[in-house]
Design a protein around this ligand. Structure first.
Ligand SMILES: [Zn+2]
Length: 83
């Protein structure tokens, strides 16, 4: 009987190492979905304010709003860091 529980524990540990942990690492938490129709600059401005705590790299809605504002000349992206 002891060997049965040792086998169960071994399988559980292997599942955690090869299934659960990689899934936790690889799945970035999706923030807000992008709009179905492109934002107007006014909508993009409101979305940017509403999602001010979202990271542009993680939030597709905020990234879309930011692109719209850039294309409309309402904002200028920060210059890239020079190496
Ligand atoms: Zn978001």
């Amino acid at each position: 009987m002891e060997i049965f529980w040792t086998g169960v524990a071994t399988i559980a540990v292997l599942l955690i190492i090869f299934v659960v942990l990689p899934a936790m690492i690889d799945s970035p938490t999706k923030c807000h979905e992008p709009p179905l129709v492109r934002y107007t600059p006014e909508q993009a401005h409101r979305v940017t304010q509403k999602l001010k705590n979202c990271d542009v790299g993680m939030c597709e809605a905020k990234a879309c709003a930011f692109r719209t504002l850039c294309q409309a000349g309402r904002t200028v992206p920060a210059p890239m860091a020079k190496w």
